[in-house]
Design a protein around this ligand. Structure first.
Ligand SMILES: [Fe+2]
Length: 487
């Protein structure tokens, strides 16, 4: 029998435009702004299922909150990928776990001049005030912040040449820059550290690092001076780009390799340290900060034993509900900036995914609270069914769960107005958690609003349908400057 959460892996066809869902409880009146979220909304081409959860066609979700009221919208991104599927019934480009039709000759041409998908389903960002949908290719797609209608792929004019890009850019609030990592695939591949002003689409390469077998990397860590990549043993085979296989199938877990951190000096662009650690796999970095006295950086990640978690997220395996989805744990590494030992510690066991912190306040700094989606019954079978708050100072956890409810990424929104410079900081957990989940008892998605300090439920909106499980999003407060965005 299919598990109950499978309803969150079914395609949705209907699009809702600013409907008012019923709300239980009260949304705080200070909470005024828009939560944009992204993720798959459709999992088929011409009746055939795509292979992997990450392959689904991008669907934007919009939650507009104002003075305690809420409107909800969902709209598919009219990407070239989407349009091609509508017209031909087939994929235009290879996706994460599903190949597009094409000959080996097409693939040979593609190595030189690859056509990369614009199915931008991972998260959202902004260029100045213009919201964009982003994914792991450099193709980002602009959309209207009110109607969610698609405005087209952003045409960069900066000359930066990359064939891949991480779906988790960082924000340097002091310098008003967006910092990200790309990859140039080739005979010798390169990781590319780059940045752009928050108000501009002009990207600038800071530095690059060559590798013969690039690792699959989904996010990175940032401190004031360093950008930190973690290369797992999940490496691209050199001939993989020529084969008729999906993107991730070109990667294999190399039992002979350790994991390796790369510390990019953000000023010079040089990699100054490459400390090795035991093999592990990471989707999400949590936070990082420097300890100058010890000449080291602290890097927190959600670590998995290996990359089996990727295989567990193929749709047929998820829908069968027969196998555990491996869980991640919060792991801390202390990395030398020059020579020296690496230390590591387990801070919180899991299984957890989708980590979140009070990003505006604690990014690049020591921090106390971590929020995540978790599972109440490890080892987890299927998708995550709780929200978890960890207090790293007292080593305690608080759990929110309800039978039949499968929450998504918890987004932390700080209470506003925030203190001005010179005023005392608010508590790190002073704010709310927003999480869009699926209530399988009523076959509807819900927007949960939790008080971040007590982790108790303040409000719940019942959406007009099930919005399939999504990935990531951003909260943009009304009147907020460009700096106050989330990771
Ligand atoms: Fe992610």
């Amino acid at each position: 029998m299919e598990p109950a959460y499978t309803v969150g892996l079914d395609s949705i066809s209907r699009e809702y435009d600013r409907v008012q869902p019923p709300i239980e409880g009260s949304i705080p009146t200070w909470l005024s702004g828009t939560l944009f979220r992204n993720g798959p909304g459709r999992f088929e081409t011409d009746g055939r299922s795509l292979n992997h959860w990450f392959d689904g066609l991008a669907m934007l979700r919009r939650f507009r909150i104002d003075d305690g009221s809420l409107t909800v919208s969902n709209r598919f991104l009219r990407s070239e990928e989407y349009t091609h599927i509508e017209e031909t019934g087939e994929l235009r480009c290879d996706q994460f776990g599903t190949t597009a039709p094409g000959s080996i000759l097409d693939r040979l041409r593609g190595v030189v001049n690859p056509t990369l998908t614009d199915n931008a389903s991972i998260s959202v960002d902004r260029i100045a005030q213009q919201p964009i949908a982003i994914t792991e290719t450099p193709n980002v797609v602009a959309f209207d912040p009110k109607t969610l209608s698609t405005e087209g792929v952003v045409e960069y004019t900066d000359g930066l040449s990359i064939t891949g890009s991480l779906g988790h850019p960082h924000y340097d609030f002091d310098r008003e820059m967006v910092v990200n990592v790309g990859i140039r695939f080739g005979r010798t591949s390169e990781y590319v550290l780059f940045e752009r002003p928050v108000e501009s689409a002009i990207r600038r390469e800071i530095g690059s690092f060559e590798t013969d077998c690039p690792a699959y990397i989904h996010s990175f860590g940032l401190t004031e001076r360093y950008a930190i990549l973690l290369e797992s043993p999940l490496r691209l085979r050199p001939t993989a780009l020529l084969r008729d296989q999906a993107f991730i199938e070109g990667y294999t877990w190399d039992d002979d390799r350790a994991s390796r951190f790369l510390l990019f000096d953000r000023a010079s662009g040089a990699v100054v340290s490459t400390p090795h650690v035991d093999p592990c796999f990471v989707f999400h970095h949590v936070n990082a900060f420097e300890q100058p006295a010890q000449n080291r950086v602290v890097v927190d990640v959600i670590a998995f034993e290996d990359s089996d978690v990727i295989g567990s997220l193929y749709l047929d395996r998820l829908r069968s509900g027969e196998e555990p989805v491996p869980g991640g744990e919060l792991r801390r590494y202390w990395l030398p900036v020059e020579d020296g030992p690496v230390e590591e510690a387990l801070l919180c066991d899991g299984p957890i995914k989708f980590p979140m912190v009070n990003y505006r306040q604690v990014t690049t700094r020591p921090y106390r609270y971590l929020y995540a989606a978790g599972h109440t019954d490890p080892p987890a079978i299927g998708l995550l069914n709780s929200l978890v708050k960890y207090d790293l100072e007292t080593d305690t956890r608080t759990v929110w769960s309800e039978p039949g409810v499968y929450p998504g990424e918890p987004v932390f929104v700080p209470r506003v107005p925030a203190p001005r410079p010179g005023e005392p900081a608010t508590d790190e957990d002073d704010g709310v958690i927003l999480s869009v989940g699926v209530d399988t008892r009523i076959d509807r998605s819900v927007l949960l609003v939790l008080d971040a300090a007590s982790f108790s439920e303040l409000a719940r909106a019942t959406l007009p349908a099930v919005f399939p499980f999504g990935f990531h999003g951003q909260w943009y407060p009304d009147g907020g400057d460009l700096h106050r965005t989330m990771p």
